[in-house]
Design a protein around this ligand. Structure first.
Ligand SMILES: [Zn+2]
Length: 402
């Protein structure tokens, strides 16, 4: 099967500028040829789609997600599983998010949906599963319904082995508190004993599973990096040594700006206002977020300036809006649209271990692409003007006439 995309404004996420009148030929799901000299490859039997100057770019990635929370009394488990899948599929078709990395889910719903998408039963995004969010008794995120309370070195080891047995891709390990939680769950505090930390990281190393580490204060961030975490999530408070360690160990950082930045007092545009209104967050939690925001922003800016490897993860819901809001926050906090876009494409694929196959528009890569009406390098909000979504060269969403 061949598809020829013509008259594209190409943002390949390799080169930091758009190329007009580009053409891309896709064959059997992969990018076969790219022309940027105004000519187009011979169409032959290919389906030709004239993009009329719209912007062709790699699909988006959100690498810190919780598609939904699990609530025992709200609806039967089976209904919650289908809703979870719906959230994922809507992210792909409504917003062009083609890759997602889970940071916690109940009953291995993420594993089940990953298998359903990979087998072709359903058209959905590429999903990387974590299973449960592993914390301590009295730990963080207990209201999510998918936190598993573990205690003692062997408590963590057993829980990690259970996640592995159930088919996860990586282990989500909680090292410290958070902004969204009861009064005793504070992001300034670390939660695990050294023996627990060591055991958890040891078993992950033995089994060769990557650790996605929730770390929110300097001590937790440094522990995570020194013990070999693949990525550090949040980093609400970071000192200079944290930044040095990121660089020294080549560790990924996923800042999740949305958590501290999206409150009624901080919303700066209509999308943020609407989201904040719908979320209707408790006043006490808004205060905690507002208080954490400046330090979080400063750490993000420092990491960005130092060249720490960073990928975009939202940590908020609904998925189809989350990554778009987070992209806006990156730019608001000083990232260029180019830096934000790379974090949400090339680096998203790389942090998930598939950077050689996805994340940019290059010959040989899988054709998971989106078309948006406007250049996001000029205004990052242009990613919202979605026209087409292609997965392995097949159009899975067409919004051009709707
Ligand atoms: Zn999270």
């Amino acid at each position: 099967m061949r598809t020829l995309l013509t008259n594209a404004t190409l943002v390949d996420c390799v080169h930091p500028r758009a190329v007009e009148r580009a053409a891309v030929l896709i064959e059997d799901g992969r990018i076969r040829e790219i022309r940027t000299d105004g000519s187009a490859p011979e169409a032959g039997d290919a389906t030709v789609i004239d993009l009329s100057g719209a912007c062709l770019m790699p699909g988006l990635w959100d690498v810190h997600i919780h598609p939904d929370y699990y609530a025992v009394d709200d609806m039967p488990l089976a209904d919650q599983v289908t809703l979870f899948g719906h959230r994922l599929m809507a992210a792909l078709t409504d917003s062009g998010i083609i890759g997602l990395r889970c940071a916690g889910s109940h009953s291995y719903m993420d594993v089940a949906w990953k298998r359903a998408f990979d087998s072709g039963q359903y058209v959905g995004p590429r999903l990387f599963a974590s299973g449960h969010f592993l914390t301590t008794t009295g730990g963080h995120f207990l209201t999510s319904g998918h936190a598993l309370e573990c205690d003692g070195p062997y408590g963590f080891v057993k829980a990690i082995r259970e996640q592995i047995k159930n088919g996860v891709d990586h282990i989500k390990l909680n090292l410290s508190g958070g902004i969204m939680g009861p009064a005793w769950d504070r992001h300034q505090n670390s939660f695990l004993l050294q023996e627990e930390l060591k055991a958890a990281f040891d078993i992950c190393h033995l089994r060769e599973f990557k650790v996605m580490a929730h770390a929110t204060n300097p001590e937790a961030v440094k522990n995570a990096i020194r013990l070999g975490a693949h990525s550090v999530e949040h980093g609400y408070i970071m000192d200079d040594e944290c930044i040095e360690l990121f660089l020294k160990h080549d560790t990924w950082y996923v800042p999740t700006l949305a958590i501290s930045h999206l409150t009624p007092d901080q919303a700066t545009n209509d999308w943020e206002q609407r989201w904040v209104t719908q979320r209707n967050l408790a006043h006490a939690l808004c205060c905690r977020a507002d208080a954490a925001s400046d330090v979080h922003r400063a750490g993000f800016a420092k990491a960005l300036a130092a060249g720490v490897k960073m990928a975009l993860g939202s940590d908020i819901r609904p998925l189809k809006e989350a990554a778009l809001l987070e992209l806006g926050l990156w730019v608001r906090d000083g990232a260029t649209p180019w830096q934000a876009l790379v974090a949400a494409t090339r680096n998203g694929a790389a942090i998930c271990g598939v950077g050689h196959e996805l994340g940019t528009i290059e010959v040989g890569k899988l054709a998971d692409l989106i078309v948006v009406d406007g250049n996001p390098l000029e205004d990052i909000q242009n990613v919202r003007r979605l026209q087409l979504v292609l997965k392995e060269g097949v159009v899975v969403s067409d919004k051009r006439r709707s």
